[in-house]
Design a protein around this ligand. Structure first.
Ligand code: EPU
Length: 417
């Protein structure tokens, strides 16, 4: 039988739990190893399927990967291929992060065009437009994007919308371009800043990461370094909501509270008791949360990657909440599953209206994407009765043994195979 999670709900979680490193920082950092012939070591890499997929992709391009999650060492002395095959890109969209580094260092890249996925259409036109502005020739051949450039030339790029991996791809490409590139409307996510910090340690010259305008003075080559990945703000947020939804007392450690400001403000609005230290957040809740309205937006706004989990919390809030998803067009798949657990949620377009119920009921449910899976786990923890979540491979792409972390807080969660 495929793995599934069985949760006996209703236990208030208690204790201390430590957050793993950020998946969405680790993946671009690994792609950045393609930019140099010298070794790049990443300490504190999360043990996740997406990370293993990126290892396979890098190996296929000619990178030697050694070590383990405590210290992952990558060296790309020379590239042996410029192809990111469909088999890998269709498993993990973040594979597209090799595009910028390959064109910048190798002069060519053939990357399978990712198709749509459960949460939306997710085109990569902004990545391609930006690379074209840097002088790359871009063609589409049999489902593959083929990009070529002798040496990229710095340019002024203004993206039409805020894109996280798009900004990351363009910053990596511009790091080796000739001249000073300016990216306007850049993503301000902490993961972009982490990548800029890594590239700077490799010898890149980058100003403004974390703001909407990033300037990059291209250099002829980059060197190796050792870098520690930042804590995963979405895992942290998920664990904080786990404390709140079970009306427990949980201290989530290894967090950067500044990365969680929008979420923490929203939880306070819901009446969730929070104590914020320099590297930890303690959540204490004893009653039902208050209803609240949530609108997702790029950082520092409320993250789309926490929308599903907070919907689970609002599902048992006192009153009516409205959740508006502005980043992805189809990111409400969890709503229908929560309804199977007795939630009262109606969705129309990009809006969900949630009328809080006293309690969820355990039920068999199905995960549809990574964060939707987390939302179902949270509802299961709070539910009366048993919840069985199937298709948890979605969960395991982005959470490092969430079942064990929750068990450590007293939850009755078992991973069954
Ligand atoms: N978009 C375009 N054209 C582009 C790029 C993006 O139209 O060229 C659209 C997307 O379709 C979407 C919006 O712009 O509607 C924002 O997409 P973005 O490019 O920012 O998303 P991403 O870079 O593909 C990253 C995270 C996602 C996270 C989003 C938004 C990584 C590896 N992935 O994706 O993480 O939801 O930013 O914050 O960093 C997850 O971890 O569960 C996850 C999906």
């Amino acid at each position: 039988m495929p793995p599934r999670l069985v949760i006996d709900g209703g236990v208030p979680l208690k204790g201390v739990v430590s957050v793993s490193a950020a998946k969405n920082s680790a993946l671009p950092a690994m792609a950045a190893s393609l930019l140099t012939a010298e070794p790049l070591a990443l300490t504190n890499v999360p043990s996740l399927n997406d990370v293993r997929t990126m290892v396979r992709l890098l190996q296929q391009l000619g990178t030697t990967v050694t070590g383990d999650h405590d210290r992952l060492r990558m060296q790309t002395a020379g590239l042996t291929s410029d192809v990111a095959p469909y088999e890998l890109v269709s498993t993990m969209r973040a594979s597209v992060l090799v595009l910028g580094p390959l064109v910048a260092r190798h002069g060519s890249a053939r990357v399978a065009l990712p198709g749509g996925c459960a949460i939306g259409v997710r085109p990569i036109d902004q990545h391609l437009k930006g690379l074209a502005t840097l002088g790359a020739e871009i063609e589409l051949e049999n489902g593959y994007v083929v990009a070529r450039a002798r040496r990229l030339k710095a340019a002024k790029i203004a993206t039409d919308l805020v894109t996280v991996t798009g900004t990351e791809n363009l910053v990596m490409a511009a790091a080796l371009a000739d001249g000073t590139t300016v990216i306007e409307n850049a993503a301000r996510e902490p993961e972009v800043v982490d990548l800029a910090d890594l590239l700077t340690a490799m010898g890149a010259r980058i100003r403004g990461a974390g703001s909407a305008r990033i300037e990059i003075d291209g250099v002829p080559e980059l060197g190796g370094t050792t870098h520690t990945i930042i804590p995963d703000r979405i895992e942290a947020g998920t664990l904080i909501v786990a404390g709140a939804i079970t009306r427990g007392d949980v201290t989530v450690s290894n967090v950067v509270p500044d990365h969680l400001s929008a979420l923490l403000a929203k939880l306070e609005e819901c009446g969730v008791g929070l104590e914020v230290g320099p590297t930890w957040v303690r959540v204490r809740a004893n009653g039902r949360p208050r209803a609240a309205d949530v609108i997702t937006s790029p950082f520092p706004g409320f993250p789309t990657d926490m929308q599903a989990q907070v919907m689970s919390l609002l599902g048992v809030a006192d009153g009516q909440s409205r959740v508006t998803e502005t980043i992805f067009e189809n990111r409400f798949m969890h709503a229908a599953e929560l309804v199977r657990m007795a939630a009262r949620i109606e969705t129309e377009g990009s809006t969900a209206i949630i009328r809080g119920v006293e309690r969820y009921q355990g039920a068999p449910v199905m995960a549809s994407d990574l964060r939707a899976s987390a939302a179902l786990v949270l509802a299961g923890l709070a539910a009366r009765g048993t919840t069985t979540i199937s298709r948890i491979y979605h969960l395991e792409r982005g959470y490092e043994r969430l079942d064990l972390k929750l068990q450590g807080l007293g939850a009755r969660v078992t991973r069954k195979t």
